[in-house]
Design a protein around this ligand. Structure first.
Ligand code: XMP
Length: 327
Protein backbone atom coordinates (compact mmCIF):
# COMPACT_ATOMS: atom_id res chain seq x y z
CA UNK A 1 0.00 0.00 0.00
CA UNK A 2 1.00 3.56 -0.60
CA UNK A 3 3.18 5.19 2.02
CA UNK A 4 5.90 7.73 1.48
CA UNK A 5 8.30 5.28 3.13
CA UNK A 6 7.45 2.60 0.57
CA UNK A 7 7.77 5.00 -2.34
CA UNK A 8 11.20 6.10 -1.15
CA UNK A 9 12.42 2.54 -0.63
CA UNK A 10 11.10 1.40 -3.98
CA UNK A 11 12.56 4.34 -5.90
CA UNK A 12 15.92 4.09 -4.15
CA UNK A 13 16.19 0.42 -5.15
CA UNK A 14 15.11 1.17 -8.71
CA UNK A 15 17.56 4.07 -9.09
CA UNK A 16 20.45 1.96 -7.77
CA UNK A 17 19.67 -0.83 -10.22
CA UNK A 18 19.32 1.59 -13.10
CA UNK A 19 22.40 3.71 -12.44
CA UNK A 20 24.90 1.14 -11.25
CA UNK A 21 28.35 2.73 -10.92
CA UNK A 22 27.68 5.53 -13.37
CA UNK A 23 27.58 9.21 -12.46
CA UNK A 24 24.47 11.34 -12.53
CA UNK A 25 23.78 15.05 -12.89
CA UNK A 26 20.71 17.08 -12.03
CA UNK A 27 19.74 20.70 -12.62
CA UNK A 28 18.15 22.32 -9.56
CA UNK A 29 15.71 25.14 -10.18
CA UNK A 30 14.74 25.99 -6.61
CA UNK A 31 11.38 24.30 -7.16
CA UNK A 32 9.97 21.31 -5.35
CA UNK A 33 10.12 18.76 -8.21
CA UNK A 34 13.79 19.00 -9.04
CA UNK A 35 14.66 19.17 -5.34
CA UNK A 36 12.75 16.02 -4.42
CA UNK A 37 14.00 14.15 -7.50
CA UNK A 38 17.58 15.09 -6.62
CA UNK A 39 17.13 14.14 -2.97
CA UNK A 40 15.84 10.69 -3.95
CA UNK A 41 18.74 10.09 -6.30
CA UNK A 42 21.23 11.26 -3.72
CA UNK A 43 19.64 8.92 -1.16
CA UNK A 44 20.14 6.10 -3.69
CA UNK A 45 23.62 6.74 -5.08
CA UNK A 46 25.15 9.40 -2.84
CA UNK A 47 28.15 11.18 -4.33
CA UNK A 48 27.67 9.65 -7.75
CA UNK A 49 25.18 12.52 -8.11
CA UNK A 50 26.23 16.11 -8.71
CA UNK A 51 23.58 18.81 -8.78
CA UNK A 52 23.98 21.96 -10.84
CA UNK A 53 22.33 25.18 -9.76
CA UNK A 54 22.37 27.95 -12.34
CA UNK A 55 21.93 31.21 -10.46
CA UNK A 56 20.38 33.45 -13.12
CA UNK A 57 19.60 36.25 -10.70
CA UNK A 58 15.86 36.02 -11.39
CA UNK A 59 14.79 34.21 -8.24
CA UNK A 60 12.98 35.77 -5.30
CA UNK A 61 14.55 36.90 -2.08
CA UNK A 62 16.14 34.00 -0.19
CA UNK A 63 15.56 31.34 -2.85
CA UNK A 64 19.13 30.93 -4.05
CA UNK A 65 20.21 30.56 -0.41
CA UNK A 66 17.55 27.90 0.11
CA UNK A 67 19.17 25.82 -2.60
CA UNK A 68 22.81 26.60 -1.85
CA UNK A 69 22.58 26.26 1.93
CA UNK A 70 19.39 24.64 3.23
CA UNK A 71 19.00 22.01 0.52
CA UNK A 72 22.65 21.05 0.69
CA UNK A 73 22.60 20.93 4.49
CA UNK A 74 19.51 18.71 4.62
CA UNK A 75 20.58 16.26 1.90
CA UNK A 76 24.39 16.33 1.86
CA UNK A 77 24.18 16.63 -1.90
CA UNK A 78 27.23 17.58 -3.97
CA UNK A 79 26.38 20.93 -5.58
CA UNK A 80 28.00 22.93 -8.35
CA UNK A 81 26.77 26.53 -8.34
CA UNK A 82 27.16 28.52 -11.53
CA UNK A 83 26.97 32.26 -11.01
CA UNK A 84 25.34 33.38 -14.25
CA UNK A 85 23.82 36.60 -12.94
CA UNK A 86 25.88 38.90 -15.15
CA UNK A 87 25.39 36.71 -18.18
CA UNK A 88 21.59 36.74 -17.90
CA UNK A 89 21.54 40.47 -17.16
CA UNK A 90 23.55 41.15 -20.29
CA UNK A 91 21.43 38.83 -22.43
CA UNK A 92 18.22 40.48 -21.23
CA UNK A 93 19.40 44.08 -21.56
CA UNK A 94 17.09 46.17 -23.71
CA UNK A 95 14.45 43.42 -24.05
CA UNK A 96 10.81 44.14 -23.17
CA UNK A 97 8.88 41.64 -25.27
CA UNK A 98 7.60 38.73 -23.13
CA UNK A 99 8.23 35.92 -25.60
CA UNK A 100 11.69 37.23 -26.41
CA UNK A 101 12.52 37.30 -22.71
CA UNK A 102 11.38 33.69 -22.34
CA UNK A 103 13.39 32.54 -25.35
CA UNK A 104 16.54 34.29 -24.17
CA UNK A 105 16.25 32.80 -20.69
CA UNK A 106 15.62 29.31 -22.08
CA UNK A 107 18.55 29.57 -24.46
CA UNK A 108 21.00 30.94 -21.88
CA UNK A 109 19.92 28.37 -19.32
CA UNK A 110 20.65 25.51 -21.68
CA UNK A 111 24.04 26.95 -22.67
CA UNK A 112 25.13 27.47 -19.09
CA UNK A 113 23.91 24.04 -18.08
CA UNK A 114 25.67 22.47 -21.07
CA UNK A 115 28.97 24.06 -20.08
CA UNK A 116 28.60 22.83 -16.51
CA UNK A 117 27.61 19.34 -17.66
CA UNK A 118 30.57 19.17 -20.03
CA UNK A 119 32.94 20.09 -17.20
CA UNK A 120 31.47 17.37 -15.01
CA UNK A 121 31.78 14.81 -17.81
CA UNK A 122 35.47 15.72 -18.25
CA UNK A 123 36.16 15.64 -14.52
CA UNK A 124 34.55 12.20 -14.28
CA UNK A 125 36.67 10.91 -17.16
CA UNK A 126 39.87 12.25 -15.61
CA UNK A 127 39.08 10.87 -12.16
CA UNK A 128 38.63 7.35 -13.48
CA UNK A 129 35.35 6.27 -11.77
CA UNK A 130 32.13 5.88 -13.75
CA UNK A 131 31.22 8.15 -16.65
CA UNK A 132 28.37 10.65 -16.39
CA UNK A 133 25.58 8.72 -18.06
CA UNK A 134 22.39 9.95 -16.46
CA UNK A 135 20.39 13.14 -16.11
CA UNK A 136 17.74 13.47 -13.39
CA UNK A 137 14.45 15.02 -14.34
CA UNK A 138 11.58 15.90 -12.01
CA UNK A 139 8.84 14.73 -14.36
CA UNK A 140 5.55 14.11 -12.53
CA UNK A 141 2.72 11.74 -13.41
CA UNK A 142 0.50 14.51 -14.84
CA UNK A 143 3.38 15.53 -17.19
CA UNK A 144 3.70 11.91 -18.32
CA UNK A 145 -0.02 11.67 -19.07
CA UNK A 146 -0.07 15.03 -20.82
CA UNK A 147 2.76 14.06 -23.12
CA UNK A 148 1.20 10.73 -24.10
CA UNK A 149 3.06 8.52 -21.65
CA UNK A 150 6.31 8.19 -23.56
CA UNK A 151 9.67 8.43 -21.91
CA UNK A 152 12.32 10.58 -23.48
CA UNK A 153 13.34 14.15 -23.46
CA UNK A 154 10.48 16.01 -25.07
CA UNK A 155 8.07 16.61 -22.24
CA UNK A 156 9.65 19.44 -20.30
CA UNK A 157 8.60 23.05 -20.64
CA UNK A 158 10.94 24.94 -22.90
CA UNK A 159 13.04 26.78 -20.34
CA UNK A 160 13.64 23.61 -18.36
CA UNK A 161 14.19 21.52 -21.40
CA UNK A 162 17.68 20.16 -21.23
CA UNK A 163 16.70 17.45 -23.73
CA UNK A 164 18.04 19.49 -26.62
CA UNK A 165 21.64 18.92 -25.65
CA UNK A 166 24.34 18.49 -28.29
CA UNK A 167 25.51 15.05 -29.44
CA UNK A 168 28.47 14.78 -27.09
CA UNK A 169 26.09 15.35 -24.18
CA UNK A 170 23.38 12.76 -24.50
CA UNK A 171 22.20 11.37 -21.20
CA UNK A 172 19.77 8.68 -20.20
CA UNK A 173 17.00 10.06 -18.02
CA UNK A 174 16.31 9.17 -14.41
CA UNK A 175 12.76 10.20 -13.52
CA UNK A 176 11.97 9.04 -9.98
CA UNK A 177 8.74 11.08 -9.71
CA UNK A 178 7.05 9.68 -12.82
CA UNK A 179 4.33 7.91 -10.86
CA UNK A 180 3.61 10.69 -8.40
CA UNK A 181 1.21 13.59 -8.09
CA UNK A 182 2.31 16.93 -6.69
CA UNK A 183 1.00 16.36 -3.15
CA UNK A 184 2.75 12.99 -3.08
CA UNK A 185 5.98 14.64 -4.19
CA UNK A 186 5.67 17.09 -1.30
CA UNK A 187 5.08 14.21 1.14
CA UNK A 188 8.15 12.39 -0.15
CA UNK A 189 10.22 15.57 0.11
CA UNK A 190 9.12 16.13 3.70
CA UNK A 191 9.94 12.52 4.58
CA UNK A 192 13.40 12.98 3.05
CA UNK A 193 13.91 15.92 5.41
CA UNK A 194 13.87 18.75 2.88
CA UNK A 195 13.24 22.27 4.21
CA UNK A 196 9.60 23.30 4.50
CA UNK A 197 10.19 26.37 2.28
CA UNK A 198 11.19 24.11 -0.60
CA UNK A 199 8.65 21.33 -0.04
CA UNK A 200 5.67 23.67 0.33
CA UNK A 201 6.71 26.15 -2.33
CA UNK A 202 3.89 27.40 -4.52
CA UNK A 203 4.32 27.31 -8.30
CA UNK A 204 6.88 29.76 -9.61
CA UNK A 205 7.68 30.18 -13.31
CA UNK A 206 11.04 29.07 -14.68
CA UNK A 207 11.79 32.49 -16.21
CA UNK A 208 11.37 33.87 -12.71
CA UNK A 209 11.00 37.53 -11.91
CA UNK A 210 11.91 38.48 -15.49
CA UNK A 211 8.32 37.87 -16.58
CA UNK A 212 6.96 39.81 -13.60
CA UNK A 213 8.70 43.01 -14.63
CA UNK A 214 6.60 44.55 -17.36
CA UNK A 215 9.28 46.27 -19.41
CA UNK A 216 13.02 45.83 -19.53
CA UNK A 217 14.64 43.75 -16.80
CA UNK A 218 17.35 45.61 -14.90
CA UNK A 219 19.11 44.89 -11.61
CA UNK A 220 17.45 47.88 -9.93
CA UNK A 221 14.02 46.72 -11.03
CA UNK A 222 14.72 43.18 -9.86
CA UNK A 223 15.71 44.56 -6.46
CA UNK A 224 12.55 46.64 -6.24
CA UNK A 225 10.34 43.70 -7.18
CA UNK A 226 12.20 41.37 -4.80
CA UNK A 227 11.53 43.71 -1.88
CA UNK A 228 7.82 44.03 -2.68
CA UNK A 229 7.45 40.28 -3.27
CA UNK A 230 9.12 39.45 0.05
CA UNK A 231 6.62 41.67 1.89
CA UNK A 232 3.65 40.06 0.13
CA UNK A 233 4.86 36.54 0.81
CA UNK A 234 5.59 37.28 4.47
CA UNK A 235 2.16 38.83 5.05
CA UNK A 236 0.21 36.11 3.24
CA UNK A 237 2.07 33.46 5.19
CA UNK A 238 1.56 35.27 8.49
CA UNK A 239 -2.17 35.47 7.73
CA UNK A 240 -2.29 31.71 7.16
CA UNK A 241 -3.35 32.00 3.51
CA UNK A 242 -0.64 29.90 1.84
CA UNK A 243 -2.99 26.98 1.23
CA UNK A 244 -6.03 28.96 0.16
CA UNK A 245 -3.94 30.89 -2.34
CA UNK A 246 -2.54 28.85 -5.22
CA UNK A 247 0.11 31.47 -5.88
CA UNK A 248 0.38 35.24 -5.80
CA UNK A 249 2.48 36.79 -8.53
CA UNK A 250 3.70 40.26 -7.62
CA UNK A 251 4.24 42.33 -10.74
CA UNK A 252 6.21 45.54 -11.27
CA UNK A 253 4.85 47.88 -13.94
CA UNK A 254 8.27 49.21 -14.69
CA UNK A 255 7.27 51.35 -17.67
CA UNK A 256 4.37 53.01 -15.87
CA UNK A 257 4.71 55.90 -13.44
CA UNK A 258 2.04 57.71 -11.52
CA UNK A 259 2.02 60.77 -9.33
CA UNK A 260 1.83 60.39 -5.59
CA UNK A 261 2.53 62.33 -2.45
CA UNK A 262 4.73 61.45 0.48
CA UNK A 263 5.47 63.80 3.37
CA UNK A 264 5.78 67.24 1.81
CA UNK A 265 6.87 65.93 -1.54
CA UNK A 266 5.46 64.78 -4.79
CA UNK A 267 6.50 61.32 -5.93
CA UNK A 268 6.52 59.81 -9.38
CA UNK A 269 6.88 56.09 -8.88
CA UNK A 270 5.87 52.69 -10.20
CA UNK A 271 2.79 50.59 -9.42
CA UNK A 272 3.00 47.10 -7.99
CA UNK A 273 0.25 44.67 -8.95
CA UNK A 274 -0.90 41.93 -6.59
CA UNK A 275 -2.24 38.85 -8.38
CA UNK A 276 -3.48 36.38 -5.73
CA UNK A 277 -5.26 33.45 -7.41
CA UNK A 278 -7.13 30.35 -6.31
CA UNK A 279 -6.88 27.34 -8.58
CA UNK A 280 -6.85 23.55 -8.77
CA UNK A 281 -4.39 23.07 -11.60
CA UNK A 282 -3.48 26.53 -13.02
CA UNK A 283 -5.54 25.83 -16.15
CA UNK A 284 -8.31 28.01 -14.78
CA UNK A 285 -8.16 30.33 -11.81
CA UNK A 286 -10.14 32.91 -9.91
CA UNK A 287 -8.80 35.91 -8.05
CA UNK A 288 -8.66 35.23 -4.34
CA UNK A 289 -10.83 37.38 -2.10
CA UNK A 290 -8.03 38.39 0.25
CA UNK A 291 -9.38 40.28 3.30
CA UNK A 292 -9.33 44.06 2.84
CA UNK A 293 -7.45 44.61 6.09
CA UNK A 294 -4.64 42.39 4.90
CA UNK A 295 -4.52 44.16 1.52
CA UNK A 296 -4.33 47.46 3.40
CA UNK A 297 -1.41 46.23 5.47
CA UNK A 298 0.47 44.95 2.43
CA UNK A 299 -0.14 48.19 0.56
CA UNK A 300 1.07 50.32 3.46
CA UNK A 301 4.17 48.24 3.93
CA UNK A 302 5.12 48.21 0.27
CA UNK A 303 4.66 51.95 -0.25
CA UNK A 304 6.52 52.72 2.98
CA UNK A 305 9.36 50.27 2.59
CA UNK A 306 10.03 50.01 -1.13
CA UNK A 307 11.53 53.11 -2.71
CA UNK A 308 10.30 53.68 -6.28
CA UNK A 309 6.86 52.20 -5.53
CA UNK A 310 4.07 54.63 -4.68
CA UNK A 311 0.96 52.66 -5.60
CA UNK A 312 -0.36 49.11 -5.08
CA UNK A 313 -3.17 47.72 -7.22
CA UNK A 314 -5.12 44.45 -7.13
CA UNK A 315 -5.75 42.28 -10.19
CA UNK A 316 -9.40 41.10 -10.08
CA UNK A 317 -9.39 39.10 -13.33
CA UNK A 318 -10.16 35.40 -13.52
CA UNK A 319 -8.37 32.97 -15.87
CA UNK A 320 -9.64 32.94 -18.54
CA UNK A 321 -9.58 35.60 -19.83
CA UNK A 322 -6.47 36.65 -17.90
CA UNK A 323 -3.53 34.32 -17.45
CA UNK A 324 -2.05 33.95 -13.97
CA UNK A 325 1.23 35.60 -14.93
CA UNK A 326 1.23 38.95 -16.68
CA UNK A 327 3.68 37.81 -19.37
P1 XMP B 1 -0.29 31.26 -16.89
O1 XMP B 1 0.35 32.61 -16.73
O2 XMP B 1 -0.10 30.68 -18.24
O3 XMP B 1 0.49 30.31 -15.88
O4 XMP B 1 -1.74 31.27 -16.45
C1 XMP B 1 0.04 29.02 -15.53
C2 XMP B 1 0.99 28.45 -14.50
O5 XMP B 1 2.26 28.17 -15.07
C3 XMP B 1 3.26 28.94 -14.43
N1 XMP B 1 4.18 29.34 -15.48
C4 XMP B 1 5.33 28.70 -15.74
N2 XMP B 1 5.89 27.65 -15.12
N3 XMP B 1 7.68 27.78 -16.64
C5 XMP B 1 7.07 27.21 -15.57
O6 XMP B 1 7.62 26.26 -15.01
C6 XMP B 1 7.17 28.84 -17.31
O7 XMP B 1 7.73 29.34 -18.27
C7 XMP B 1 5.92 29.31 -16.82
N4 XMP B 1 5.09 30.32 -17.22
C8 XMP B 1 4.05 30.31 -16.37
C9 XMP B 1 2.55 30.08 -13.75
O8 XMP B 1 3.28 30.61 -12.63
C10 XMP B 1 1.28 29.40 -13.34
O9 XMP B 1 1.46 28.62 -12.18
Amino acid sequence: DWTTGNVIEEQVARIRAEVGDAKVICALSGGVDSAVAAALVQRAVGDQLTCVFVDHGLLRSGEAEQVEQDFVASTGVKLKVVDAVERFATALAGVSDPETKRKIIGREFIRVFEDAARELVEEAQESGGGDVEFLVQGTLYPDVVESGGGTGTANIKSHHNVGGLPDDLQFKLVEPLRTLFKDEVRAVGAELGLPEEIVQRQPFPGPGLAIRIIGEVTKERLDTLRQADAIVRAELTAAGLDREIWQCPVVLLADVRSVGVQGDGRTYGHPIVLRPVSSEDAMTADWTRVPYELLAKISTRITNEVAEVNRVVLDVTSKPPGTIEWE
